[in-house]
Design a protein around this ligand. Structure first.
Ligand code: HEC
Length: 443
């Protein structure tokens, strides 16, 4: 240390690090960001290990993961990587909520918040791009549905989808693109945003330390109200990291990450696409926007989200950081959080079950009988057709024969849907017809 200090003058730096007195009441919620850092490091380590055996091509990706799964260690490393991804999303969101609750995004910590926003987006991006890499049905279709959403942007939607997929469909070219984004671009962005994020926290201390620092500055004795950073606070931080990691290790050992069927662009097995759980809420929200309003949802909501996220320190003009003095900001946040939990729950429970065995349903329900067929057979080309609002546009209630939907599936109007695949069975077509005959209700 002495040797280094003579050369780099690190002790001054360390002094600035430990100079912020930490309040006694400081608890684990304050260290969620710290725990996230360690989960990210775990992602980097397991990711590098996976990259040593993974073959990033449509022809070999699936079999390389299959081979990896055959070894106990390989299987465990992959499970760790997958569980850590979920942990990271949860930790980042909890960390954000804590910072919001304490008003820690306010002056002078706006830049820390902005960098945190970049880290949130980077984390979600890593989760999204990682999903495709095993090249199984789950990842393939989650990516098809996810990237199709960009197509709603007016004017250059098709262009955006093309950029994301490197082509009109999700193919091996998409895999190459996602791999490079997942391995190079996003980790670089996360690291570049993390360094200033962390540096600002070191320089300024956490917002909860401000009050004590001011008291100290006024010459008051704060020794009763503060804990020394070392060992008290440091030990609390390390304990949290341990608890998180033990949970991670145990969960990965008990619930290992499985591998589904290999990706099939024709979806012959009728796999029903669904997004990863953290996108269920967004997915569900889209179902509430009827027909033409979906553009609003696809374009408007992300814009609102980004403006709120990155503009928050300037949108919220209330200078007080005390939760008691910020009733409006906190109520808005509570409504948003409860809304998002509700949507996620709704989205989770409305994911359709696999297609029932053949057979005509006399009085079909949209959600139980009609939507699952659309999701299995049509969603790959019509990302929106499996929502009630879109389905109803192609239907004349009570008149199956006049309905565009029926004409396109029973062969009376070319090209027959689904294009390039086995046609729907007679029973499935009859089920659609019965539903329309019954009045095409959203039941
Ligand atoms: C492989 C891609 C693909 C699949 C799968 C597919 N479609 Fe289509 N669909 C298309 C294309 C391309 C068009 C435009 C063709 C045209 O109208 O000339 C189209 C047009 C349509 C139209 C008329 C235009 C519109 O949007 O109103 C309907 C209705 C339709 N499809 C319904 C379905 C249904 C129902 C399914 C599932 C049973 C399905 N499609 C599956 C590619 C597909």
């Amino acid at each position: 240390m002495k040797w280094l200090d003579e050369r780099l003058n690190v002790s001054a730096l360390m002094a600035s690090l430990f100079a912020h007195p930490v309040p006694k009441r400081s608890n684990f919620l304050d260290y969620l960001g710290f725990a996230t850092l360690f989960v990210f490091i775990s992602q980097a380590v397991t990711g590098i290990l996976l990259a040593m055996v993974y073959k990033p091509s449509a022809a070999e990706a699936y079999s390389s993961i299959q081979a990896l799964q055959a070894s106990t260690i390989g299987n465990y490393v992959r499970s760790l990587h997958s569980w850590s991804a979920n942990f990271m999303v949860v930790l980042v969101i909890l960390h954000l909520l804590r910072v919001f609750y304490e008003g820690a995004y306010k002056r002078p910590r706006e830049l820390t918040w902005i960098m945190g926003g970049v880290l949130l987006v980077g984390t979600l991006g890593l989760a999204f791009t990682g999903y495709l890499l095993p090249w199984d049905q789950e990842g393939y279709w989650a990516t098809t549905v996810g990237t199709a959403m960009a197509g709603y942007v007016p004017g250059f939607g098709d262009f955006l989808v093309n950029v994301l997929r490197d082509g009109a469909q999700v193919t091996g070219a998409t895999l190459t693109r996602f791999y490079s984004v997942h391995m190079l671009i996003l980790p670089a962005i996360v690291l570049l945003a993390f360094m200033p994020h962390f540096f600002f926290v070191l320089r300024q201390g956490m917002s909860s330390t401000d009050e004590l620092a001011e008291a100290q500055h006024r010459g008051e004795d704060i020794s009763k109200k503060s804990s020394p950073f070392w060992p008290n606070v440091a030990l609390k931080m390390i304990s949290l990291v341990f608890v998180v990691f033990i949970a991670l290790w145990v969960l990965s050992a008990i619930y290992s990450k499985g591998l589904g069927e290999p990706a099939d662009a024709l979806n012959k097995s009728g796999y029903i696409p669904e997004p990863a759980w953290y996108f269920f809420g967004v997915y569900q929200l889209l179902k509430y926007f009827p027909g033409t309003l979906d553009v609003l949802a696809m374009v408007g909501l992300p814009i609102i989200f980004f403006v709120l996220l990155f503009g928050l320190p300037w949108l919220d003009r209330n200078p007080s950081r005390s939760p008691k003095k910020r009733p409006i900001a906190l109520s808005v946040a509570v409504v948003l959080v409860i809304g998002m939990i509700f949507l996620t729950y709704q989205g989770m429970s409305s994911v359709p079950k696999p297609l029932a065995a053949a057979g005509v349903v006399a009085h079909p329900s949209y959600k139980k009988d009609v939507q699952p067929i659309l999701q299995a057979k049509c969603i790959q080309c019509h990302a929106d057709i499996a929502t009630y609002a879109k389905t109803i546009e192609k239907v004349s209630a009570g008149k199956p024969a006049d309905s565009l939907l029926i004409k396109r599936i029973d062969g009376s109007q070319e090209p027959v849907m689904p294009v390039g695949q086995d046609p729907l069975t007679k029973d499935q077509i009859q089920t659609f017809a019965n539903w329309i005959q019954d009045g095409a209700k959203n039941n």
